[in-house]
Design a protein around this ligand. Structure first.
Ligand code: PRT
Ligand code: ZN
Length: 292
């Protein structure tokens, strides 16, 4: 029986969330220590646990059919393969969000991109940075370093850095100021484009499950009771959500139950507005799966 091969980061920032996503898709597997390939028990898929740096290449070369990796790694290591259609992004997964930014020492006079002319910029992303600089006509020296890029300026190795930022705490701790964000990134499911029909069908089935889980994660089911007279006002408050279901309440002719699926984050303000409009017993509950 045909099986697909998925590359996943072995241990790092994307590992746990990737495993959790697969489990939420109903895919079970054991991770055995020291074992490179682990087979899924209830889905025809084998998982290869590797360093994230290797994932773009594994998928581009067809060693694996699909992989979960940050868009930053794809842009650095598989830019041309993505551009020429050898591989493609099947799903954006919504976690591992960060940005690749250029930062300089506190007080350094860099305001516009052209102020980077003649500067030395340390990075582990020479390809992405090189494209950004040449695209902006900037002539700066790229100093390639693997790891701890943020200490390069204080060591005198560079004048600026280009590194991933999420909260900004690392930059602040090293007295660096973020100036230009050159790439937005998140974890992606990437796939090789040259795949036979059977594998293609399996990948589509996996994507359908992933989309269902992601949609459900950002959705909530809201239930409330309300006087019949308040239904119109409440419908206005939830007009941005799906069409509500309005049901009679047994033993109370004046009140109804209103149920609605919210496809976006439900803010406290919305719940407060519902209460103000006359709703009571407002329940906001998580949804496990949504298949449209
Ligand atoms: O061993 P392996 O090669 O597999 O792992 P790795 O060490 O290369 O990668 P890892 O596990 O650190 O990160 C994997 C992926 O997570 C990255 O490729 C990104 O797609 C994503 N990601 C999301 C991040 C961050 N956020 C992040 N903040 N990767 C790294 N960082 C680092 C950044 O380099 C800097 O040192 O965190 C620091 C900045 O964080 P803040 O919060 O202080 O701004
Ligand atoms: Zn890595």
């Amino acid at each position: 029986m045909t099986r697909i091969k998925l590359a996943v980061q072995k241990s790092g920032r994307l590992s746990e969330k990737t495993k959790r996503l697969l489990n939420a898709c109903g895919i079970d597997f054991q991770v055995e220590k020291g074992r490179l390939v682990n087979s899924c028990e209830n889905f025809p898929m084998d998982i290869l646990f590797v360093r994230d740096d290797d994932i773009p290449n594994y998928v581009a070369e067809g060693t694996c059919d699909i992989g979960v990796v940050g868009f930053n790694e794809l842009s650095e290591r598989a830019y041309s393969q993505l551009k020429n259609g050898q591989m493609e992004i099947a799903e954006k997964l919504g976690f591992g969000k960060c940005r690749l930014s250029i930062a300089v020492k506190n007080g350094e006079a860099v305001e516009t991109v052209s102020d980077l002319d003649g500067k030395r910029i340390a990075t582990s992303y020479p390809e992405v940075l090189g494209r950004f600089l040449s695209g902006n006509g900037v002539d700066a020296k790229i100093v390639e370093i693997q790891g701890s890029v943020e200490i390069a300026p204080s060591l005198g190795v560079s004048d600026a850095i280009c590194d991933l930022v999420s909260t900004g705490a690392t930059l602040a701790a090293n007295e660096l100021v973020e100036k230009f964000s050159i790439l937005q990134s998140e974890a992606c499911l990437v796939k090789n484009s040259d795949i036979d029909l059977t594998r293609q069908t399996l990948i589509e089935a996996l994507c359908l499950r992933i989309r269902g889980v992601l949609k459900a994660e950002s959705s909530k089911y809201i239930m409330m009771n309300a006087p019949k007279t308040a239904v119109e006002k409440i419908t206005e408050v939830i007009s941005g959500l799906e069409k509500p279901t309005v049901m009679p309440l047994m033993g109370d002719d004046d009140k109804v139950a209103i149920h609605v699926v919210a496809r976006e984050t439900v803010f406290w303000e919305t719940i407060e507005s519902l209460k103000e409009a006359g709703a009571s017993s407002v329940l906001v509950v998580p949804i496990e799966k949504i298949l449209d």
